[in-house]
Design a binder for this molecule. Structure first.
Ligand code: SF4
Length: 334
């Protein structure tokens, strides 16, 4: 779905590096490029530490950006001043993994939702209570719960309150970071169904960060697979799940048992040393664990993702100069 309409979010060569100590940097996000259309859902998957949460936070300026660019609805995210950030806050929202931590424990949930409405000024003061009730109804919460504090609610109710709070800004884009990971399986399904319903009702663009591939397959239009801070494969969800091309994606897909397709990513699906963004191997970062490794993979950095059929892949296996590969950068500038 990239390139076939006006992108709501355009990310190019984005980097997030942190200083770990006097000599070393954590290269958490390393040259990520993609576009997101209005109403589109992109799943970001990969093992713990691959940079997906850092990327999500950077895109909403809840974390730093140290290189590259990102534009949301015309706003330069990396270079935004206070006015630009205020605009970003009015048009985007984040849903967090731990619904209890995401809400103020001292504030009843109705007041927490009303607070967002008052700050963003999208509803006249006199209409705030009615809008709170409306938002709670939208996420399947009885307005009777408005006076309860988070500790008096179940995890599922709390996550619904977090979603209502996110919707209060009437966002064009929501980034959901492992937002069902802490919930029971039956509640997870309810929250996923709610997100599916809301995104079609509101034409919401959604970046869904998850390690649960079953949920990503059900919810997302496209999926991007990250490894050590880079997107190694991206394409339509069904294409990536049914015919993965990159050796890392293939290994991830093989690691999901067919009898339990909703299972999350195992901690170490491939064996070998767990990846560390502090010590990224030279050449292709995946080469120490790759079953298809070639001599070139140990030395030459992998070029940015290129379009192979309908998918974008970053891998030397696709270096054939006869093939008409188009880089993501070329595609974005086309
Ligand atoms: Fe494997 Fe080489 Fe491709 Fe990296 S570039 S995934 S090491 S084949």
């Amino acid at each position: 779905m990239t390139g076939s309409g006006k992108a709501l979010l355009r990310v190019e060569d984005l980097a997030v590096h942190f200083r770990a100590d006097r000599k070393r940097f954590v290269r958490a996000v390393n040259g990520v490029s993609f576009e997101l259309l209005p109403g589109e859902t992109l799943g970001l998957v990969g093992e713990s530490g691959c940079g997906k949460s850092t990327l999500g936070r950077a895109l909403l300026r809840l974390g730093p950006i140290t290189g590259g660019s990102a534009y949301f609805d015309g706003i330069d995210i990396a270079g935004a001043d206070a006015t630009g950030i205020a605009h970003l806050r009015r048009e985007t929202a984040m849903i967090f993994q731990d619904p209890y931590n995401a809400l103020n424990p001292r504030l009843p949930i109705g007041a927490a939702i009303a607070e967002v409405l008052a700050v963003q000024g999208k509803v006249p003061r006199a209409g705030i209570q009615a809008r709170v009730a409306e938002l709670m109804a939208m996420v399947g919460l009885s307005p009777d719960l408005a006076d309860r504090r988070p500790a008096a609610l179940s995890g599922g109710q709390c996550q619904r309150a977090g979603i209502a709070r996110a919707l209060a800004v009437e966002p064009k884009l929501i980034i959901a970071d492992e937002c069902v990971a802490a919930l029971d399986v039956s509640i997870q399904a309810q929250i996923i169904n709610l997100l599916i319903e809301l995104k079609s009702q509101m034409n919401l663009a959604l970046i869904f960060i998850a390690h649960d591939l079953g949920v990503v397959r059900r919810l997302c239009d496209r999926v991007a697979v990250m490894y050590l801070g880079r997107i190694v494969e991206m394409g339509r969800t069904e294409d990536v799940f049914s015919d993965p091309q990159h050796p890392y994606t293939k290994a991830l897909m093989r690691a999901i048992p067919e009898i339990d397709p909703d299972r999350g990513l195992p901690n170490d699906p491939l064996g070998g040393e767990p990846p560390s963004p502090l010590d990224i191997p030279p050449g292709c970062a995946f080469h120490p664990r790759c079953p298809a490794v070639m001599p070139i993979c140990r030395q030459d950095p992998v070029p940015a993702t290129r379009f192979i059929n309908a998918c974008e892949i970053a891998c030397h296996l696709y270096d054939d100069p006869q093939t008409n590969h188009q880089s993501t950068r070329e595609r974005i500038h086309a």
